[in-house]
Design a protein around this ligand. Structure first.
Ligand code: NAD
Length: 473
């Protein structure tokens, strides 16, 4: 275990890798090549903040070049360090493989706490960071494509695109240099909510198997299940809203920086979000009581726990106290490898990060494809499909002598818009990937948890890419 400030996040990822590698039968050299980070770029650059100059520490790590471009978010946090970015880049490689997104893994990090800077200062830092990436060829639609992560969003992605396009004037695919952009700046509908929506589709699929649910003492289906969420940021918020609105899940607890709340009758996440915006805190939300510590959310008695903040939240020290039946790892690395052993012994179902939070990269892939095709999804076929369905409905009406009302006709004959196609593509991806992982879990002797099964599934795909390259036998 390394002595870094990050509690051994990379060690934890590699420990999980080693556990799964035993089941693959792949040669040692190939496994080693897959395991290591291919390129690590550490930079330090000056930015004038107010009247003083600050030296900003930042990173971009490309974990695997077996497929290009590489892909992964950019994190802004005061806790960013090389090992953390390496661990996150590593997870990206397996994540992409699991959901069949044809990219290698990467990740970026800027060691700043965004709340300490004005919007103008954040823009300056983001543009300078992008310039450093351009200088070293660490960004480009065919090279390395960043996206949002903890502490960043569509605003930062717009600054990145603008900086890139300024330096690369005339590059026709420039807009594909980054994803998660605002929709009106070459983004795609549905990207903001994509990770949370992916978590929801994954959960819906996971709880649909009667035998699997029986093992953990739950009935199949999401309706009525209780959920606790740590972190009400992009991922936590959308997971909560969609699970509540589309899955009938009851959110009983939420934790944020300022504290944690519990409401036995359910917490309306949209209203809570509004309340926090108005008051600056989730604490005091009507119908809820404050928990002693914000960490208590992790130990609540509930069906589904969604850690959606940062890594290393469930460790050996608190794992024995976790009471949830299912843990959906919406954040990256919220459970240390050692803590997971304890959770598995307790019979808790852990749905691993590299599968369950892959909705973001999946829709980023759709956005990148949209940028390369220079056209929004649905533009060519929407009207054509609408006319075809209309003709079919008219034919049925004529043949049966019955007519349907205008509203029904509209519903049946509607052609798909971009948002419909994005959601359908995401749902298909999350279901397919879960079925592949579950198949490994059922068929591979000795594999008895979803993370190991997910790793085995990913390693099969990454290794076959390496073999196709002809480097390994
Ligand atoms: P975000 O910055 O939008 O939100 C994170 C939230 O967690 C913030 O509101 C923060 O105040 C809160 N938080 C931090 N520490 C906390 C603690 N100890 N207790 C309670 N709340 C706490 O970040 P995000 O984009 O939602 O990312 C969250 C996690 O999901 C990260 O691990 C990230 O790597 C992962 N992830 C994000 C995406 C994406 O598309 N944004 C995709 C895949 C994975």
């Amino acid at each position: 275990m390394s002595n870094n400030s990050n509690g051994g996040f990379l060690d934890s990822v590699n420990k999980n890798f080693d556990k799964a590698a035993r089941f693959t039968g792949l040669p040692k050299g190939l496994l080693e090549q897959i395991r290591v980070c291919n390129s690590v770029y550490k930079m330090q650059f000056p930015v004038k903040v107010g009247n003083e100059y600050q030296v900003i520490e930042a990173y971009r790590v490309q974990h695997s070049h077996h497929r290009l471009p590489t892909k992964g978010g950019i994190r802004y946090s005061s806790k960013v360090n090389q090992e953390e970015v390496m661990a996150l880049a590593t997870l990206m490689t397996y994540k992409c493989a699991i959901v069949d997104v044809p990219f290698g893994g990467a990740k970026g990090g800027v060691k700043i706490s965004p709340r300490n800077y004005t919007t103008a200062q954040l823009q300056k830092i983001t543009r300078r960071y992008t310039t450093e990436l351009i200088r070293k060829n660490f960004i480009g639609p065919g090279m390395d494509v960043p996206a949002p992560d903890y502490g960043t969003g569509s605003r930062e992605m717009a600054w990145i695109l603008d900086t890139y396009a300024t330096f690369k004037g005339g590059e026709i695919d420039a807009s594909g240099c980054v994803t998660g952009k605002p929709v009106n700046q070459s983004g795609i509908n549905g990207r903001t909510e994509a990770t949370g929506r992916g978590v929801f589709y994954a959960l819906k699929e996971a709880v649909s198997y009667k035998d699997d649910m029986k093992k953990i003492g739950l009935e199949p289906g999401l309706e009525g299940k209780t959920m606790a969420i740590q972190g009400l940021g992009n991922v936590g918020y959308h997971t909560g809203v969609i699970s509540q609105d589309e899955g009938g899940v009851k959110i009983v607890s939420v934790a944020e920086y300022e504290g944690a709340i519990y409401g036995k009758d359910g917490i309306d996440i949209k209203k809570l979000h509004k309340f926090r915006k108005e008051t600056g805190s989730i604490v005091g939300f009507p119908g809820t009581k404050k928990l002693k510590s914000r960490k208590d959310v992790l130990e609540l008695d509930c069906d589904i726990l969604v850690p959606a903040a940062l890594e290393n939240q469930i460790r050996v020290s608190n794992a024995p106290k976790v009471k949830a039946k299912i843990i959906a790892e919406a954040a990256n690395g919220p459970i240390t490898a050692d803590a997971e052993e304890i959770l598995l012994k307790k019979g808790i179902m852990v749905i691993p990060d590299m599968y369950i939070n892959a909705g973001g990269v999946t829709v980023s892939y759709f956005e990148w494809l949209k940028n390369l095709s220079h056209m929004r999804f649905g533009r060519m076929e929407k009207r054509f499909n609408q006319k075809t369905y209309n003709n079919l409905v008219s034919l049925v009406e004529r043949e049966t002598g019955r007519s349907i009302n205008v509203r029904e006709r509209e519903v049946i004959t509607r052609g798909a818009d971009e948002i419909d196609l994005v959601r359908s593509g995401l749902e298909e991806t999350m279901i397919n990937a879960y079925q592949q992982i579950r198949e490994v879990l059922k068929r591979k002797k000795g594999v008895d948890d979803l993370r190991t099964a997910a790793f085995v599934s990913a390693l099969r795909k990454v290794s076959s890419d390496y073999m196709a390259l002809g480097i390994f036998p």
